[in-house]
Design a protein around this ligand. Structure first.
Ligand code: SAH
Length: 353
């Protein structure tokens, strides 16, 4: 692997140090920052407003690109999955989800995942590595350039979801600092209000997250209403159980901004967690922990050969939703996207097909 510094991962002060160390004046810092983040240029050579000598010096010590796109898959529904590789040879997957009036990019926070959720294909990879700050930013740049051309305007802004491979809260510092970089007005300018991160329930980090101003929105993957079942589906529950998780969720709720809500995600597994009793227990938990600003996203399970689960039937999902609603809980059904190219929730496992 190259020992050059990955320029997309540098904060402004770090970039300043680099620029000054190469004997350049301070105003070059913003110029370089804008070239790589806002104009999304992919090589120093292309930054033609910089002196040639400086460009060469930069290229000697730094690089813009640490990710290579191995394959791009395009779904019949327009979803795109990018299978990339890091400089040190680990897979990174990013998904582009277009809808009529907005784009969403789903990025990965880890290569593989350590959490071993039984219904998730990414878990089968095991934990490979934490994705660096620069590699998080670069995922977004690669997708935007592919869709809109290098530096091309994005017609309706970009929403980000940290719902790709990995557990974002197990790579907390890289995640949060990458999001800060991406919020920069001279860069991608994707503000926290357009970002949602999802956690399987790393409880101490939920408390930490709640204390950060300018943080993105939060989703928590629950997927079971008893510890017995959740222990089995999501082993992280043995570390922090439902009581600890929902206590943290309640505390997090207190930190929400005006009008903001948070999400509980519930993967619907046929015959496993989709009975009427499950729906009633879920509504009961929301009452018990007095969660008032929560909505439930019901995610029909996305299957794969190596997974021993099947999706709940549409009728089951609808009934589950009705029960929740009849008890005053807002619930939405998340339509699967990109299943045909292994781009849907829980399907990111560096698959070639
Ligand atoms: N590790 C974090 C971020 C991943 S988000 C988390 O668990 O929240 C991915 C979402 O997809 C999670 O809500 C997860 O529960 C869900 N998921 C995992 N496998 C799935 C599958 N096979 N089908 C549908 N959803 C799945």
């Amino acid at each position: 692997m190259s020992d050059k510094v990955h320029i997309l991962g540098l904060t402004r002060p770090e970039l300043e140090e680099l620029v000054l160390s190469l004997g350049e004046p301070k105003y070059r810092v913003t110029q370089v920052f804008m070239a790589v983040h806002q104009r999304r240029l992919r090589s120093f050579e292309e930054i033609t407003d910089l002196p040639k000598k400086f460009r060469e010096r930069l290229a000697d010590v730094a690089q813009i690109s640490r990710l290579t796109v191995e394959t791009r898959y395009i779904s019949e529904d327009g979803t795109r999955r990018y299978l990339m590789k890091t400089g040190d040879g680990h897979p990174v997957e990013t998904v582009y989800l277009p809808t009529e009036n907005r784009d969403t990019i789903c990025f990965s926070s880890q290569s593989g995942c350590a959490l071993a959720c039984d219904f998730c294909l990414t878990a089968k990879l095991g934990m490979l590595k934490n994705i660096t700050r620069g590699e998080i930013v670069e995922q977004i740049i690669i997708v935007l350039n592919d869709v809109y051309g290098v530096g091309g305007e994005t017609p309706h802004g970009t929403n980000l979801v940290g719902m790709g491979a990995g557990e974002p809260f197990m790579n907390f510092d890289n995640l949060m600092s990458a999001l800060r970089l991406m919020a920069d007005e001279d860069g991608l300018f994707i503000v926290p209000n357009r970002v949602t991160v999802s956690t399987a329930g790393i409880v101490p980090k939920i408390y930490e997250f709640a204390r950060i101003d300018d943080r993105p929105h939060l989703a928590i993957s629950l997927s079971a209403t008893t510890d017995e079942l959740r222990d089995r589906l999501m082993p992280i529950n043995k570390r922090w159980n439902i009581d600890e998780l929902l206590t943290a969720a309640k505390e997090f709720e207190a930190s929400l901004r005006r009008g903001e809500r948070f999400t509980l995600e519930y993967v619907m597994l046929g015959g496993v967690n989709d009975h009427d009793e499950d729906a009633n227990r879920l509504a009961g938990l929301i009452e018990q922990y007095q969660l008032q600003r929560v909505k439930i996203n019901l995610i029909p399970h996305n299957g794969a050969e190596q997974l021993d689960y099947r999706a709940s039937t549409p009728e089951r999902v609808a009934r589950f939703k009705n029960i929740l609603e009849s008890r005053g809980v807002d619930a939405y059904i998340r339509a699967p996207r990109g299943r045909d190219i292994y781009a849907a929730c829980g399907q990111l496992a560096a698959k070639a097909a």
